[in-house]
Design a protein around this ligand. Sequence first.
Ligand SMILES: Cc1cc2nc3c(=O)[nH]c(=O)nc-3n(C[C@H](O)[C@H](O)[C@H](O)COP(=O)(O)OP(=O)(O)OC[C@H]3O[C@@H](n4cnc5c(N)ncnc54)[C@H](O)[C@@H]3O)c2cc1C
Length: 311
Amino acid sequence: MAKTAIDELQERVRGKVVLNAPMDRFTTLRVGGPADLLVYPEDREDLTELISFLAERGIPYFVLGNGSNLVVRDGGIRGAVICLTEGFRAIERREGPRFRAEAGVPLRRLVRWTVDQGITGFEPLVGIPGSVGGALAMNAGAWGMEIGERLVELEALSPEGRVQVFDRTTLRFGYRSLDLPPGYVILAAVLEGEPADPEEVKAAAKAFFARRKESQPLAEPSAGSVFKNPPGAKAAKLIESCGLKGVRVGEAEVSRLHANFIVNAGMATASQVVSLIGMIQERVFVKHKVKLEPEVRIVGEWAKGKVRVTD
Ligand SMILES: Cc1cc2nc3c(=O)[nH]c(=O)nc-3n(C[C@H](O)[C@H](O)[C@H](O)COP(=O)(O)OP(=O)(O)OC[C@H]3O[C@@H](n4cnc5c(N)ncnc54)[C@H](O)[C@@H]3O)c2cc1C
C-alpha cells in the first residue's frame, strides 16, 4: 500500500495500525502470512471513519475476532484486517437477565461476568477462545447450546457506515453460521440468559470447563473443531475410525486427544494444514461416503511461487 495512504489512514483513524501484520501471531492455530494492514479502531466513530477511508480507496477488509476459528493462508491477507478486540470491550447489565456485550469482549470474560451477575445459559461457552463478535458470526456453541439462541438484538455497521440494529427474528442463525450480509461488522449484541444463583452458575461453568479440558487439546495451538458434524454423525468419530489420530502433514497433526482438531505441532504452515484437511476429507469419504465440511474458515492468499493446494 502506498505510503501516502498509510499516512492518511493514521491521520484519520485513532486506533493502532500494524503494517504487514504476521497473522500467525493473531490466530490460535499460529499459521498464516502477513496482512497488509491490521487496524484496531478505538470506538464506533473510529471504525466508521476507517470503513469510509477503505471504501474511498477501494481497499477490501476482513474482520478478525480472536482468530480462533481461522486458517489464514501463507500469503496472508491483502487489504485491511479490522479487529475490535481492543476498542469494543464494554459489557453492561440491562433489565432482568439481559445484558449488552460489545464485539471485542472475550467469551472467557463474558462467562465470568454472567457467573458474577447470576445469569445462567452461557456456561457451555466456557473455554471457547473467541470474542463475542466471532462467536455471533460463527453461532458458536457447545453441548447443545448456541449463542444465537440467546440473542435479543444485534448491532452491526454496514459497509456504507450505517449502524443497523437487527432484531433476533430477522436474523438466520445456522449450524456455525449467521446470515449477515457481506461486509457488515458486528458491533455489539444484547443477550439474554435466566436468573440463577451465582454459585450454581459457577459450578456449572466449572463442570463444562472440566469436560472440555478432558476432551480437547487446549494447551496446543489449534482452531478448534476443523469440521462440522455431519447430520447424525460425529466428525471426530469418523476421522478416528480411519486411523488418522496423530497423522501429520509437515507439522500439522491430527490431535491424538480429539480427532476433529488439527494442532500445530511446531512450525506448521497453512499449506500443510489445508493438505491435512484434504487428506482427512478424502479418507473419510472413501470409508464412510461422507463429505466433511470445514467449520474453520480458510482465508487469505497462497504464498507466491508455492504450489497451490486445493481447498
Ligand atoms: C481450543 C478451541 C476450542 C473451541 N471450541 C469451540 C466450541 O466448543 N464451539 C464453537 O462453536 N467453537 C469453538 N472453537 C472455535 C472458535 O473459538 C469459535 O468459532 C469462536 O466463536 C470464534 O471467535 P473469534 O473471535 O476467534 O473469531 P475469528 O476466528 O477471529 O473469526 C471467525 C469468523 O467470524 C468473523 N468475525 C469475527 N468478528 C466479527 C465481527 N465483529 N463482525 C463480523 N464478523 C466477525 C470473521 O470474519 C470470521 O469469518 C474453538 C476453538 C479453539 C481454538
